[in-house]
Design a binder for this molecule. Structure first.
Ligand SMILES: [Mg+2]
Length: 242
């Protein structure tokens, strides 16, 4: 019986191409911090610290702490000195990236349906970003945390592993208090969203063009297509097993 739904954010709830968004984000952040760290050095060290954080395996500190231990020494700045500036970046500059994204019309309908059904809803976005950057993107997607009391939003402050590490999904199931078999993960990234979640026993919906052949046959893969197709499937299954 379906008890919880896990929703990826970028490319799933929100139209957001990482090839466009990430360079613009890095340029904006580099510019904003240029009085403290030369932009090129900042971007290089940010990417390096992000790689180290992405390897976090769930056994130790939070992603935020792993990032901080790698990043601040590498740029030669005190965390206490730079963190308030970064917070200001997220308050003042990050909102300006919104035009690079576009809402997915059916995202609010799917989230509303899930809450209406009494499911736990988790935003299962790769926890490389602070909470504010994720909450702002949810707002842009029309599914903000003011409107929807999510059971979990996987921020870098909260989580101890990243996609595609299975520990990331194991932590979600544990925080929700659910067996993987009671959950459904919807996401657009085969390697990060579909493979690791289904390996743990979760069912999955691949947000991909139905004409694209899945890289593998997975018994736990429920289907593929837009979120509207997933919603249609869930509505059709309401009277039976999902
Ligand atoms: Mg995605």
């Amino acid at each position: 019986m379906l008890k919880a739904i896990l929703l990826d954010l970028d490319g799933t709830l929100l139209g957001n191409s990482m090839e466009v968004f990430v360079p613009a984000y890095l340029e904006a952040l580099g510019g904003f911090l240029s009085n403290h760290v030369p932009p090129r050095r900042l971007v290089n060290e940010l990417l390096n610290a992000t790689r180290i954080m992405a390897a976090n395996d769930g056994a130790g500190p939070t992603n935020e702490e792993v990032f901080a231990s790698a990043f601040y020494p590498a740029v030669g700045r005190e965390r206490a000195q730079l963190e308030p500036v970064i917070r200001r970046f997220y308050a003042e500059e990050f909102p300006k990236l919104r035009p690079l994204t576009r809402p997915v019309p059916e995202a609010p309908r799917l989230v509303e349906w899930a809450f209406g059904r009494g499911l736990q809803v988790a935003v299962a976005t790769n926890p490389l970003f602070p909470r504010t950057a994720i909450e702002q993107r949810l707002e842009w997607a029309g599914v903000g945390v003011q409107e929807f009391p999510y059971a979990l939003v996987t921020t870098y402050e909260a989580m101890h592993a990243c996609k595609p590490h299975p520990a990331y999904y194991a932590e979600i199931f544990s925080l929700l208090g659910r067996a993987p078999e009671e959950c459904l993960m919807a996401g657009d990234d085969w390697g990060a969203d579909i493979l690791p979640s289904t390996r743990l026993g979760c069912r999955a919906w691949w947000v991909a063009n139905p004409a694209v052949r899945p890289p593998a046959t997975l018994p736990r893969l429920m289907g593929q297509g837009r979120l509207s197709a997933l919603l249609d499937r869930l509505l059709a299954a309401e009277s039976g097993p999902y």
